[in-house]
Design a protein around this ligand. Structure first.
Ligand code: FAD
Length: 469
């Protein structure tokens, strides 16, 4: 598909036609709900699709896909709407929106599995699984979509303990470009199953994911903050401590501005600092948490340290209010197998230059249990990485967009030579180009292209980090 469809041709009647075909709500530019339906998490992106098809079920998904193909309309797929590049909502396109009718979770506590609709948010899955003391390793915000996150790989607080999100994926129901529905698993369409585990939204529309669940109940949340001038000591300590820590210790490093509220004391509010957010999946009594995190004193006394037991879903929802939908986002990422002295200097410089209070840089650990899956077993190509870094310029007002964009770009340019030369696919921006997508997939790229040629030879699914057939 050329991607030039849209309002032209038969697209103008798409809203009326699709209303006859679909059970779910169909929203066009003339409808009062249009602005809400097209809004993305990232308010820096403002796109006007021809129609948003809020699919009620798989039959609606197939009908919407068929309609787009028959009428040469451009098509995008929306799960949780968290794409930083806004690839799930496209000007003039038909948006296959899964976030309403395909937002559901069914947990089988005996089998320790979950069947999850393609438009579900992480918080829905955390909530249902937690009812049985179970969980899936995924991202650090409850409002992110299971769909986009899983298809890119997925990492978060439980990664060192249980691996990437795709390492717990055991199957997926997929609507393919030709409208047929298949199940992909180790036994059925294994080539597709391999590609779905990291290859992004290139291969079809996933209407349901099957996950193996793990025991996760109350976890230990820790936050340690240090003064900005200690960043050199902190990073030199952290780069040794974290990779050698037991797998039940996860801690992502951050440069940040302290939020003005509990648990932080007032004298730290609005101050730039560096720190680590910990998630401990071992024993969570006071003594055990204190013992596990005793090493935080080694780089010098923290300005703030706090550790407490917390239900896993509450940890996952911790940032939801701080960074709600509708902010200005610009992010850049890279993967790291070490933190060099030059990288330490760069982090120090850009911590001082942070343009807004919400802007931040995170280094998420992707070692530990991630290494238990072989490098060729899934499309995720960096099992030798230790951190997945993201530089997120975040503003509250459109007037801040230029400043957050410039800071993130300059920080990334300075840091990139100290990286493994590629980013986690879900931390790529839209304009980064085919070369960066190739780098993300390293030696897996050609195999991914072969799978793409088999399942989507016309590149119907091209609003993603595209692997062209
Ligand atoms: P959408 O914008 O809905 O979709 C993005 C793309 O995914 C679509 O264009 C489509 O190609 C594809 N897609 C989505 N659902 C489906 C489906 N069911 N079938 C086929 N294709 C589909 N990532 C992490 O790994 N860990 C984190 O901790 C983390 N934290 C984040 C925090 C925030 C605030 C944000 C904004 C993002 C975060 N991310 C994280 C990145 C996140 O994984 C990606 O942005 C991801 O694409 C979001 O998925 P979504 O379904 O919400 O996005």
């Amino acid at each position: 598909m050329s991607g030039t469809g849209g309002i032209g041709g038969a697209g103008g009647t798409a809203v009326a036609d699709l209303r006859e075909l679909l059970r779910g709500e169909v929203i066009g530019p003339a409808d009062s709900g249009y602005d809400e339906a097209r809004a993305l998490y990232n308010a820096m992106i403002d796109r006007r699709p021809a129609v948003v098809a809020r699919c009620a079920d798989t039959t609606d998904v197939r009908a919407a896909l068929r309609y787009a193909r028959d009428h040469d309309m451009d098509l995008s797929v929306r799960g949780g709407g968290h794409s930083g590049a806004g690839q799930s909502v496209v000007d003039g396109a038909l948006v296959v929106d899964l976030s309403d009718g395909l937002r559901w979770v069914r947990v089988d506590p005996e089998a320790r599995t979950a069947l999850v609709g393609g438009g579900t948010q992480l918080g829905d899955l955390d909530h249902e699984a937690h009812g049985y003391g179970l969980g899936v390793p995924a991202g650090v915000m409850s409002t992110t979509g299971v769909g986009g996150l899983t298809l890119g790989g997925g990492h978060g607080h439980l990664t060192r303990r249980y691996g990437l999100t795709v390492d717990s994926l055991t199957g997926a129901d997929v609507v393919l470009a030709d409208g047929t529905t298949v199940t992909a698993s180790a036994d059925e369409h294994p080539d597709l199953f391999w590609a779905l585990r990291g290859g992004g939204g290139n291969f079809g529309i996933v209407t349901a994911f099957r996950f193996a669940l793990h025991p996760v109940d109350t976890v230990g949340l820790g936050v340690t903050l240090w003064e900005p001038e200690r960043i050199g000591h902190v990073l030199r300590w952290y780069r040794e401590f974290l990779p050698n820590a037991p797998e039940d210790v996860n801690g992502f490093f951050a440069v940040l501005t302290v939020a003005p509220g509990p648990p932080f004391p007032e004298e730290l509010h609005h101050r730039k600092m560096c720190g680590v957010v910990w998630c401990l999946t071992g024993p969570t009594d006071e003594e055990s948490l204190a013992e596990a995190l005793a090493p935080v004193a080694e780089p010098g006394p923290p300005a703030f340290h706090f550790a407490t037991p917390i239900p896993y879903p509450a940890l996952q929802a911790m940032f939801d209010e701080l960074i709600p939908k509708g902010l200005q986002w610009y992010w850049r990422g890279d993967l790291f197998d070490r933190i060099t002295d030059d990288a330490v200097d760069t982090h120090r410089e850009f911590l001082e230059r942070m343009p807004t209070e919400l802007s931040t840089m995170h280094l998420y650990p992707v070692d530990g249990a991630t290494r238990r899956t072989g490098p060729m077993d899934t499309a995720w190509a960096y099992r030798d990485a230790v951190w997945s870094g993201v530089i997120a310029g975040i503003g509250t007002e459109p007037a801040e967009a230029d400043a957050v964009r410039a800071w993130a770009r300059d920080y990334w340019s300075a840091l990139h030579p100290q990286s493994m030369g590629a980013a986690y696919v879900n931390f790529l921006g839209e304009e980064e180009g085919e070369g960066r997508v190739r780098d993300t997939y390293r030696g897996h790229y050609d195999r991914l292209r072969e799978v793409k040629r088999t399942y989507d030879p016309d590149n119907v699914f091209h609003h993603n980090q595209n692997i062209a057939p």
